[in-house]
Design a protein around this ligand. Structure first.
Ligand SMILES: [Zn+2]
Length: 138
């Protein structure tokens, strides 16, 4: 068997080696402290996510929810599954792209709420005015 490369170790870590080869790597790992150290290195790299699908997703925003979904999240108007996913995405993955998007939506929502309040106040005032008019002696 050729020398175990980092790629092989990575494949071993991800359980994607053919059985025979995996057994051989396992055997070499048991016998070879240097290889174990190298394996540890690969494992750490994978943990940091430098080669993981997750890292690529994070880089390219493939896993990012849509702006509509983020808006629904703010309004608590999503399925629990999706809420869980968004919470994971925002807090665990810590996607800065979506955090910024969410902040922007929050601000827009606050502005919209302020506008609604003003409008409601206007309606109340004008109704009060109408009531006054109605009750005014002719
Ligand atoms: Zn995102």
């Amino acid at each position: 068997m050729p020398a175990v490369t980092k790629e092989t170790l990575r494949a071993f870590l991800h359980d994607s080696l053919p059985d025979g080869e995996a057994a051989e790597v396992e055997r070499q790992l048991r016998d070879d402290a240097k290889l174990r150290a190298q394996f540890e290195q690969v494992r750490l790299e994978e943990d940091r996510g430098e080669h993981s699908v997750g890292a690529i997703w994070r880089r390219d925003h493939i896993s990012c929810p849509s702006r509509d979904q983020l808006g629904g999240y703010l309004l608590q108007a999503l399925d629990q599954d999706l809420i869980d996913y968004l919470e994971f995405h925002l807090t665990v993955v810590g996607c800065s792209f979506c955090s910024a998007n969410l902040d922007d939506l929050k601000q827009k929502q606050a502005e919209a709420a302020a506008t609604t309040k003003t409008r409601r106040k206007k309606i109340v005032n004008s109704s009060a005015g109408m009531l006054k008019d109605v009750t005014k002696p002719a």
